[in-house]
Design a protein around this ligand. Structure first.
Ligand SMILES: Nc1ncnc2c1ncn2[C@@H]1O[C@H](COP(=O)(O)OP(=O)(O)OP(=O)(O)O)[C@@H](O)[C@H]1O
Length: 365
């Protein structure tokens, strides 16, 4: 290991799990040993939760690295990466801990592995405070494709709070380099689609009602464009436990894709669940930003690693995005610029480092 160990403060800005995920991914890709302290100090229950722990363990394995301090509730870890590997990897959060957040830490590593990476990930597929898996395989996938990356995702089983138990398979193809992306014009909305789902002991009529409500609200907000929201019940073979929610997506004439989503909760009725998702989507579209508030922080790592200048029109910069930029700047030394427009939007740009994948690995997993 020739680089010096870098200290990362997990309490800065958002102070959540994203700091750990980004730091570990970049550490593995750039082969920079790190120590992350004060992990999730900004959260009610600081330290590693199952989802963070399992993500770390796969990052360790995919990078042939060494990990110290990785136990539940630990607030400090040391990670020394080795060489990235292709092959098969699996993780199980054993809770409703989000599969999408496992993907957030593993996928960037897999992009720079010497051969395809196959993942089998168990946990919550549609969990709160995280991308629903539908968002990852639709919105994030399309954005990743713009950077020249790709993956195939297969949702074999869905899992909800509190049991989890969902199962997602992914195949991630390595890139030689990521290409930079310019997204400055939202264009016109050309199509909205989505799904309202229920599973377990919730009646299919709830899903159908949510779909109808979303369809009507979107039509009245956006006018005469194709809108197709389906409502259905997951079969018992396709889902573990009870759950419900909505995932909406909009595509525009300039190739942008934005999402809005919500999850059913005991104290929310179908009107509230559908309105939440519609509001998220319509607010994002009305802001004129080319990415929604959630993708905003998720593309930062791709921008930093791409070969050349990326510029993306965003809405007001979120704390998650500021945090992602902070970590990317420490580890890649890339300088991000934020240009504030008079209408409240912001353009994030940076000259990425042009990270190259290694062409062969000493040992496959
Ligand atoms: N509804 C949503 N749709 C898409 N992405 C989401 C959604 N909600 C949250 N995210 C994304 O999930 C990630 C959550 O990061 P955060 O630091 O809060 O992680 P965490 O691991 O859940 O940790 P913690 O429990 O410490 O908050 C961010 O990338 C955020 O953009």
């Amino acid at each position: 290991m020739d680089s010096q160990q870098v200290d990362i403060d997990g309490s800065v800005l958002e102070g959540g799990g994203q700091i750990l995920r980004m730091a570990v991914s970049l550490s593995a890709i750039l082969k920079i040993p790190i120590r992350v302290k004060s992990i999730r100090a900004g959260r009610d229950k600081p330290g590693l939760r199952a989802q963070h722990l399992k993500g770390l363990e796969v990052a360790r394995d995919i990078s042939g690295g060494k990990l110290w301090g990785s136990s539940l509730h630990s607030t400090e870890i040391v990670f020394h990466p080795g060489h990235l590997l292709g092959g098969n990897f699996s993780a199980d959060t054993e809770t409703a801990g989000s599969v999408s957040l496992l993907i957030q830490v593993i996928l960037p590593c897999a992009l720079f592995s010497p051969s395809p990476v196959h993942l089998s990930l168990r946990g919550g597929t549609n969990a709160d405070m995280a991308p629903q898996i539908d968002y990852t395989v639709t919105v994030f996938k399309k954005l990743l494709e713009k950077f020249g990356g790709n993956f195939e995702g297969c949702i074999e089983k869905r899992g909800y709070f509190p049991r989890g138990g969902g199962l997602v398979h992914m195949k991630i193809d390595p890139v030689s380099q990521l290409c930079p992306v310019t997204l400055l014009d939202l264009g016109q909305v050309t199509r909205v689609w989505g799904r309202a789902f229920v599973a377990g002991n919730i009646h299919v009529q709830e899903a159908k009602k949510m779909a109808e409500l979303c369809q009507n609200e979107i039509k009245s907000a956006l006018g005469n464009i194709p809108v197709e929201i389906i409502g259905y019940k997951e079969s018992p073979q396709q889902a573990v436990g009870n759950g419900s929610g909505v995932n909406l997506f909009a595509e525009t004439s300039t190739g942008c894709i934005l999402g809005g989503s919500s999850l059913g909760k005991r104290n929310l009725n179908v009107h509230e669940v559908s309105s939440q998702a519609v509001k998220e989507l319509i607010d994002a579209l009305k802001s004129g930003a080319c990415v929604d508030t959630h993708s905003q922080d998720q593309v930062i790592i791709l921008m930093a690693l791409a070969a050349g200048k990326s510029s993306i029109m965003c809405g007001p910069i979120t704390l998650h995005t500021k945090t992602a930029i902070h970590i990317a700047q420490i580890l890649t030394k890339v300088c991000f610029h934020i240009e504030e427009c008079s209408d409240g939007r912001s353009i994030i740009s940076c000259e990425g480092i042009g990270m190259k994948a290694v062409s062969s690995s000493p040992m496959e997993h």
